[in-house]
Design a protein around this ligand. Structure first.
Ligand SMILES: Cc1cc2nc3c(=O)[nH]c(=O)nc-3n(C[C@H](O)[C@H](O)[C@H](O)COP(=O)(O)OP(=O)(O)OC[C@H]3O[C@@H](n4cnc5c(N)ncnc54)[C@H](O)[C@@H]3O)c2cc1C
Length: 489
């Protein structure tokens, strides 16, 4: 039996740590429980041959002063990290035989595309005015009692919007280039699409030191506000009291943590799995959540480069070769067709040290090996990864010929890797898939079937640094019954 806290948070990823800081700032005694030896979840970094690689932190949008994420960056104490603004031409897109760029700044964004596609200028202006309308109201959407269904852009299909407003398929693909690692399906709400492109157009940034720098700072800030993070604490059961409230959580090492309030940031299917049968969490609720679809996962090839050979590129590259970017196959035998290439900021000098290649990959591609575990994968799985990695490298070399002869090593991760490291359901990159035509079913609320258990993290509303930070504010505002960001915005 351990001492009682005010709040126990399950999961030490970006969502769990930011919830921890927000609630600790409100004077609550907070403990964050993380199953892995290091925190960060999908934002954790790892080292190979002395070099640092990132799991899911590549670039973020809108964190500079006056930009959309800045109030959150300030609130969580991240403003003075070594953010590296990307070039004004922040994204290079290759599609349908064209090489095009997206420009920083709303006017430059419109002018840059319209210079080559003048007939799309009016549609681009309309798109930008929608982005600006998001900025005006963005923090209202996380106020206590705000109704997500009031957000009309959540109920519109991004695909249908682009098809109705842009006649040129090259322009449509170019706009999708920014959202290539956001899952592009015909279910994607326009709001999710716009929130991404809006923030990156305001300003795109990498971070020197990557996800580790971000997560270390969050842990420091959590501790500075009186919170604690405990790692190697895999929660495997919620304990329910006689009053129908959550009383505590049990971890696989036999420890128990008790609190007045709990926040779960792990996948809702796991929360359900760890909750014993009880009248509070009815089977109808369990089945509803378990039936929800998840976004696909990612296959990542991380390249270690020969030193001083390939200059660092201060923009990302998005390649779309598929016939239909909204329905690109990403199963086991699907050819490589779309890719995001990301350079990581070198700690010193002008040359790149490592580059990430990312392509979408479905759970089906690896599910035949689902019973295997980390460090004990069968040879067939290793051969599959090697073949896919070689396909990705050959594809990338067509756009970055300098890669030839300059790759020293590479490492890969599949949806199985993500499942086993971060507990994401079926290795899904962004958790529960939000559907513009089923918001009621797919956008989850901070509340749970238990009065003192709240939910946060990417599965609730939106993913990525911006989406998860917004979700944190939504959940913590609901817990505290006030607008925690009112001072910062
Ligand atoms: C390949 C990839 C690339 C991405 N690129 C970007 C990008 O460039 N920019 C961007 O903004 N976003 C990016 N994202 C998205 C972003 O990483 C996620 O949206 C965000 O990190 C999710 O944070 P979270 O806290 O909700 O979930 P997670 O990071 O999954 O955190 C959940 C935590 O809970 C822990 N956990 C699980 N089960 C238990 C348990 N039983 N007990 C205790 N702890 C448990 C996990 O170990 C994990 O640390 C990317 C994601 C992926 C997968």
């Amino acid at each position: 039996m351990t001492e009682k806290r005010d709040v126990v948070i399950i999961g030490g990823g970006f969502g769990g740590l930011t919830c921890g800081i927000a609630l600790a700032k409100e004077g609550k005694k907070v403990t964050v429980l993380e199953k892995c030896p290091i925190p960060g979840g999908a934002f954790q970094s790892f080292r190979r041959h002395g070099q640092m690689y990132d799991t899911g932190f590549h670039y973020v949008g809108g964190i500079g002063k006056g930009e959309v994420l800045h109030p959150l960056v300030t609130y969580f104490g991240l403003e003075d990290l070594p953010w590296q603004p990307l070039d004004d031409r922040f994204l290079e897109v290759h599609t349908l035989g064209h090489t095009l760029f997206l420009n920083r700044g709303f006017q430059q964004f419109v002018d840059g595309i319209a210079a080559e596609f003048p007939s799309e200028k009016a549609a681009l202006r309309k798109l930008v005015s929608l982005m600006k309308s998001i900025n005006k109201r963005i923090y209202d959407s996380v106020l206590p009692n705000h109704n997500v269904f009031d957000n009309v852009l959540m109920g519109v299909s991004a695909k249908a919007y682009l098809e109705a407003n842009f006649s040129n398929p090259v322009v449509r693909n170019l706009l999708c280039g920014q959202c290539l690692t956001t899952e592009l399906t015909d279910k994607l709400p326009l709001y999710a699409f716009l929130q991404s492109i809006n923030s990156f157009t305001q300003g795109s940034y990498r971070l020197k030191g990557g996800g580790e720098t971000l997560i270390n700072r969050l842990v420091e800030n959590l501790q500075a506000t009186g919170g604690e993070l405990l790692t190697r604490k895999a929660v495997d059961q919620f304990e329910i009291g006689e009053d129908g409230r959550i009383k505590g959580v049990h971890c696989s090492d036999g420890t128990e943590y008790h609190a007045d309030l709990f926040v779960t940031t792990i996948h809702p299917n796991l929360t359900i799995q760890y909750t014993p049968e009880c009248k509070e969490m009815r089977n109808i609720y369990r089945r509803r959540i378990q039936r929800l679809e998840n976004t696909v996962g990612m296959f990542t090839v991380q390249l270690e480069l020969r030193p001083d050979t390939i200059p660092y590129l201060n923009r990302s590259i998005s390649i779309i070769e598929s016939d239909d970017v909204w329905n690109t196959p990403c199963g086991k035998d699907a050819p490589v067709q779309n890719m995001l290439i990301n350079f990581n900021v070198p700690l010193t000098g002008q040359f790149a040290t490592n580059i990430d290649l990312l392509i979408p990959m479905s759970w089906d591609a690896v599910s035949e090996w689902e019973v295997s575990s980390l460090g004990h994968r069968p040879e067939a799985y290793k051969a599959f990864k090697q073949k896919k990695a070689e396909e990705c490298i050959a594809f990338a070399k067509r756009y970055l010929p300098d890669l030839e002869g300059n790759i020293l090593n590479y490492w890969t991760s599949t949806p199985l890797t993500y499942r086993d490291y971060t507990g994401t359901w079926h290795g899904s990159s962004y958790g529960i898939r939000k559907s513009y035509d089923n918001l009621l079913g797919t956008v989850l609320s901070p509340a749970s079937p238990f009065e003192n258990l709240y939910q946060a993290g990417q599965n609730m509303m939106l993913h990525g640094m911006l989406g998860v930070a917004m979700t944190t504010m939504m959940t913590c505002n609901a817990i505290c019954g006030k607008d925690l960001l009112s001072q910062a915005r």
